[in-house]
Design a protein. Structure first.
Ligand code: GLN
Length: 268
């Protein structure tokens, strides 16, 4: 008999330490760039409200997350193909999506706004006739553009990420873009060369974390964790941390120190 078998049968095997049930790891797909929800900071580290929030939820509920950055549309498709466990990408809870996915409780309010070139003359929907409007593939903004393009007579052009959407307006190829309000406000406050157009927010919605309908257990965990982090104040801390980087009043310029002493007032 092998020595280990002997040891086993004679009960001499070291008792295994009490092993805790291994924490489950869930893969969550995110958008590439959607500040303040997910983006790369100066050091190319991926940060944002979504990232901090899902980590806090996972910690509160004892599971692990592996984050995967892809395009918004790519993330949604991967969830549909069951290649990831969830999508957290400033994703709007819509009736159509609810037919396909299960959603967590809402965690942020949003809606669609229009942005235009900072120095351009176009500010209204009625000025878009015959012009191009940039939107991101598969988003609520793209839906809004498609549903209103006939009425206002514009064409749409789609991109896979928000940066390209904005650049198309900045470069003058598109007369406007549609984007989520908190995202557009943040981008403008942090120096993007666009301004909000004169349009009422459309398609008011809430962000939620999308999960496969066949995984009610994960939805439960996320909702329980979300409740905990709201109650502990962590949710507010996370949101405030990122919003403080955005819509902040511009710095007051201090008068420069004169290089030569000012002439005494009686000299005049
Ligand atoms: N909230 C929008 C949607 O769900 C856009 C999301 C995004 O671009 N990441 O369609």
């Amino acid at each position: 008999m092998w020595p280990w078998a002997l040891a086993f049968f004679s009960g001499q095997v070291a008792k295994p330490e009490r092993v805790q049930a291994a924490e489950k790891t869930y893969t969550i797909a995110m958008d590439t760039t959607f500040p303040p929800f997910e983006f790369a900071d100066k050091n190319n580290k991926r940060v944002g409200i979504d990232i901090d929030l899902i980590r806090a939820i996972a910690k509160a509920e004892g599971f692990k997350v592996q984050l995967k950055a892809t395009s918004f549309n790519g993330a949604v498709q991967e969830l549909q193909a069951n290649q990831v466990d969830g999508v957290m990408a400033g994703m709007s809870i819509t009736p159509e999506r609810k037919k396909v996915f299960a959603f967590s409780d809402p965690y942020y309010q949003s809606g669609v706004v229009m942005a235009v070139a900072k120095k351009g003359h176009i500010t209204k929907l009625s000025q878009l006739r015959g012009k191009r409007v940039a939107v991101k593939t598969g988003t609520a903004s793209a839906d809004y553009a498609n549903s209103s393009k006939k009425k206002y007579g514009f064409k749409t052009v789609t991109f896979d990420d928000s940066n390209n959407v904005y650049q198309d307006v900045i470069s003058g190829n598109s007369a406007a873009c549609f984007e989520d309000k908190p995202v557009m406000q943040y981008a403008i406050a942090t120096g993007l060369g666009l301004k909000l157009g004169n349009m009422k927010m459309a398609m008011a919605n809430d962000y939620g974390i999308a999960v496969s309908k066949s995984n009610p257990e994960l939805v439960k965990k996320i909702n329980a964790g979300l409740k905990k982090v709201r109650k502990s104040g962590e949710y507010t801390k996370i949101v405030e941390k990122y919003l403080a980087m955005g819509p902040r009043p511009t710095r007051i310029k201090r008068p420069r120190k004169p290089t030569t002493p000012a002439a005494p007032s009686w000299a005049y």
